[in-house]
Write a protein that binds this ligand. Structure first.
Ligand code: NAD
Ligand code: WQD
Length: 337
């Protein structure tokens, strides 16, 4: 199939691009590079030895998007294009609602116009909110989000369900990502946080390389075995592979399907620090600080549905996640951005 990757130059999009090309799908990347670098496109080509078209464009620019759909025979869309920093979304909620919801609406409108009916959406574990109990199952009701970012994901899931109810030809697959970390084994693509990272793993790698002096662990007094929060970390290449399986599943499907994409195994913040130290033979300078507002104590997935329906199994463990994150961090300086 020929899949348009909206936001395909970003962290998860670029890894998905590689996995799709390696599975003999064609891709078209559309990105405005607001949170990525155009050189990522060349590196995807270098890894896969395959060529594809890419466009520098804002997904919200409907005329331009129509032109892209006219120039290419698109079979389906994966929508990664969004703003994703939880803290920033509390400071600039309107920008988050505008970007995240407009990109979704514009894609759906143009897809309808061109009779493209396969839509895969990057959702998030954040939609489970505070109300549900771990492990989160897809049939639990969406909760109340703890940030405008989280609300955009809840709203977009609702929009997609309404769109699929009205257009019965539409196939929507909502992938609720847990905590992606790691990088491609080539270490040519990975996460590129702008400024000081908000997420745990890029913070750890930046402390390890000396860009940041010390990791603050947000809270050591949670009701968990070591007092720190637990999350479901998944290797980004495994997450990317789930998209390939979703694309293939969408071929013969209509309506909405929701899948958690995680490993189902929780690790605490201290587990991550210790695993990173052991995997890479390093020491991480850290202290236990105050809790971060909005953090949940626990978040991990029930993965039975994705395993059963898509046949998805992760291939990489926490050691791979820690090693690949570190190798990528060391390689960033060698990559011309
Ligand atoms: P990312 O920022 O690395 O990638 C997003 C890409 O979209 C970037 O390349 C950015 O330039 C592009 N983009 C943003 N707005 C655009 C627009 N209007 N037009 C064109 N391009 C635009 O983020 P990521 O980590 O790869 O996340 C991808 C998606 O997955 C996002 O929707 C995010 O909310 C979701 N998600 C991410 C995580 C995570 O931890 N990384 C977890 C759950 C869900
Ligand atoms: C993980 C754990 C922190 C940084 C966020 C979004 C979520 C999803 C993934 C997009 C937590 C702790 C972190 C640090 C720390 N994104 N931590 N010190 O919060 O689970 O999820 O990213 O959809 O929506 O909310 O991920 O990596 O920020 O934090 O102690 O400097 O690490 O408290 O327990 P989180 P994270």
């Amino acid at each position: 199939m020929n899949i348009l990757l909206a936001g395909g130059a970003g962290y998860i999009g670029s890894h998905t691009a590689v996995e799709l090309l390696n599975s003999d799908h064609d891709i078209v990347v559309v990105d405005n590079y607001s949170n990525s670098d155009p050189s990522v496109i060349d590196r995807i080509k270098e890894i896969t030895k395959k060529d594809f078209k890419s466009y520098e464009a804002d997904i919200r620019d409907k005329k331009n998007l129509e032109k892209i759909f006219k120039e290419n025979k698109i079979d389906g869309v994966i929508h990664f294009a969004g703003l994703k920093a939880v803290g920033e979304s509390t400071k600039m909620p309107l920008a988050y609602y505008r970007n995240n919801i407009d990109t979704t609406l514009t894609l759906l409108e143009v897809m309808e116009e061109f009779k493209v009916n396969k839509f895969i959406f990057s959702s998030s574990a954040t939609v489970y909110g505070e109300e549900n109990k771990v492990p989160y199952g897809e049939d639990m009701p969406r909760g109340k989000a703890t940030s405008p970012y989280g609300w955009t994901k809840i709203m977009m899931e609702q929009i997609l369900e309404d769109a699929a109810r009205a257009n019965t030809d539409l196939s929507v697959i909502i992938l609720r990502y847990f905590n992606p970390i790691g990088a491609h084994k080539s270490h040519l693509i990975g996460e590129l946080p702008s400024g000081i990272p908000n997420n745990l793993m890029p913070y750890v790698t930046q402390v390890a390389i000396g860009k940041l002096p010390k990791l603050t662990i947000y809270g050591g007094d949670y009701d968990t075995p070591d007092g720190t929060c637990r999350r479901d970390y998944i290797h980004v290449v495994d997450l990317a592979r789930a998209h390939v399986m979703a694309v293939e599943y969408a071929k013969d499907k209509k309506g909405v399907d929701i899948f958690n994409v995680g490993t189902g195994s929780p690790y605490s913040v201290l587990d991550i620090v210790k695993a990173f130290e052991k995997a890479n033979g390093l020491k991480i300078n850290y202290e236990i600080g105050d809790r971060r507002a909005g953090d949940l104590q626990d978040s991990w997935a029930d993965v039975q549905k994705i395993e059963k329906v898509l046949g998805f199994k992760t291939q990489y463990d926490l050691v791979d996640m820690c090693k690949d994150s570190w190798e990528w961090e060391k390689n960033i300086k060698n990559i011309s951005l």
